[in-house]
Ligand binder design. Structure first.
Ligand SMILES: Nc1ncnc2c1ncn2[C@@H]1O[C@H](COP(=O)(O)OP(=O)(O)OP(=O)(O)O)[C@@H](O)[C@H]1O
Length: 506
């Protein structure tokens, strides 16, 4: 470890929200020129801490030092002025603009909007091996390339300290390797990277130092050369490292979901889902692997009735779903965990118990006659909070006040209630810590043993391989391959997903 001044020192940081102490007396020193990982359970306080360091939130107590100087950060622009940049998990780029336009937006004063800016972008791209082309349209770029644009955007503004929020959640293994190579470049140039991750094996691979946060406070510093993923998980949650595994098949030959020749077109007439056929049986989990943006989201939306299908058949059991509303489909027995929980699964400003009712307002225990049964809904929300370990001070706080992982646990509890026949699960454990993830996998396994059919979409290839009975690969809207989850490795699956390998891997 370097003996120079730490790039960032957080000392005695405390942040309170009504009913919750999100950060309590946190001390962290991040050495300059290193990659420093922050790990911890859902709700441990990681995002809050990063928001404080990026000036988005003010601590109630404590001091922040940047390069040895006390920094009073009132806003992200204060943070940027100190050389701190943040790359959010949800990319914030405008699709219909070029890379250059995206990068200079709001930073026109630095190098203009023309040749000077283009030169600077090329310079940064070359310096750190980012491979960013200033004149490409962002919509033409894959996920990994977009992330590199986000990183470049931050560097363009002069950041020497980068905060990355779960940067690998959306990447396939090959892209993760590329990102890590980029981080090495940044380090070599003396930059400092702080990142949050739930993927402990990746943390061990790339971090120089690890800080574990538990229930709002720093409980340990771990040396990645000396701890195992299991030990790290134990430091975080005090329990064993789970593995997603289900080998004994419970699949029957009773079809629950039948999709035949389904095609969906986007506004420009392009087939985003192109003649997709699949069947999921009782007790079967069918996983779909694909690089984001290859039609899996549209397939899910077509099955849920959120996008019209141009042709093809979608059946639940014997019942034709085409033309039915999303609400009707839910009432027929489909649970739905959408990809974008903020847009499609939660009313952020509403209390947890109202979110329990959302999408389930016509079903027990939420109704009595034709009226909402407030007491019934509240009781059932308490049950979900208990069974799914949703960390919250109560069921009357707003969904917005929960940490990301705890919001997700609430949604899963809601969608698993009422014993659905089919569960459509898009990235069910994204942003969820290892302990909660294993609990969710257990819930899914149990429901599967009782006959639940699941369509699983996930960017977490270990989850996809570990949980699926049947594994299909989607590429440019078509199902292009089938893989055997018992034998395929994440790397092989990643190659199928990017089209680098053809056909099926037995
Ligand atoms: N704006 C807010 N209002 C009230 N409580 C909040 C707010 N933001 C965060 N909290 C609470 O602070 C605690 C820490 O949340 P934070 O989002 O920092 O956790 P996290 O470690 O990032 O979790 P995750 O891994 O689930 O994203 C949680 O109990 C959360 O409910």
């Amino acid at each position: 470890m370097s003996t120079t001044e730490p790039a960032v020192e957080l000392h005695g940081i405390t942040k309170r929200f009504p009913g919750v102490v999100a950060n309590h007396d946190i001390d962290i020193a991040v050495a300059a020129g290193t990659v420093h990982a922050i790990v911890g359970e859902n709700g441990a306080g990681k995002s809050t801490l990063m928001k404080i360091l990026y000036g988005m939130q003010r601590p109630d107590e404590g001091t922040i030092k940047v390069n040895g100087e006390v920094a009073d950060l009132h806003s992200p622009s204060d943070a940027i002025a100190r050389g701190i940049g943040m790359v959010h998990q949800h990319f914030m780029l405008a699709d219909n603009l070029t890379v250059l336009e995206n990068v200079v937006l709001g930073a026109e004063k630095l190098h203009g909007i023309g040749g000077g800016a283009r030169r600077r972008i090329r310079e940064i791209s070359d310096q750190y091996g980012l491979g960013v082309e200033p004149d490409r349209l962002v919509e033409e770029l894959g996920v990994g390339a977009r992330q590199r644009v986000e990183i470049l955007k931050v560097l363009y503004r002069g950041a020497r300290i980068l905060i990355l929020d779960e940067p690998t959640a959306v990447l396939v293994p090959q892209e993760v390797d590329e990102l890590f190579a980029n981080l090495e470049e940044l380090k070599r140039e003396g930059l400092t990277v702080i990142f949050i991750s739930h993927k402990l094996d990746e943390v061990l691979k790339v971090a120089d130092a690890i800080t574990v946060i538990r229930r709002g406070t720093t409980v340990a510093s771990a040396d990645p050369r000396e701890v195992s993923a299991r030990q790290l998980a134990e430091l975080m949650v005090g329990s064993e490292l789970p593995v997603p595994e289900l080998r004994e098949s419970t699949a029957t030959d009773v079809p629950v979901l039948t999709v035949e020749g389904v095609t969906v077109r986007d506004a420009t007439g392009r087939a985003v889902v192109d003649g997709v056929s699949l069947t999921i049986h009782e007790g079967e989990i069918l996983g779909i692997a694909g690089v984001e943006g290859n039609g899996q989201a549209e397939l899910v939306e077509a099955i849920m009735g959120m996008l019209p299908v141009e042709s093809g058949v979608v059946r639940l059991g014997e019942d034709d779903l085409v033309g039915r509303s999303t609400r009707h489909r839910r009432e027929m027995g489909i649970g739905f965990i959408p990809e974008d929980r903020h847009r499609h699964a939660l009313l952020l400003e509403s209390p947890l118990w109202e979110n329990r009712v959302l999408g389930h307002q016509t079903r027990s225990p939420n109704v009595k006659g034709i009226l909402i049964d407030r007491a019934g809904a509240r009781r059932d929300t308490e049950r979900i909070v208990e069974e799914y370990d949703v960390r919250t001070p109560g069921i009357d706080v707003s969904a917005a006040s929960l940490s990301g992982g705890n919001q997700q646990k609430l949604i899963i509890g809601r969608e698993m209630s009422g014993n659905p026949k089919l569960l459509i699960a898009a990235h069910p454990t994204r942003g969820v810590d290892v302990g909660a993830q294993s609990a969710i996998w257990d819930h899914l396994r149990r429901a599967r043993a009782e006959g639940l059919a699941v369509l699983l979409i996930s960017a977490d290839l270990d989850e996809l391989i570990g949980m699926s009975d049947t594994l299909r690969v989607i590429l440019r809207g078509r199902l292009v391959g089938e893989a055997d989850p018992a034998t395929i490795t994440p790397d092989e699956l990643g190659s199928l997903m990017t089209g680098a390998a053809e056909g099926s891997v037995a």
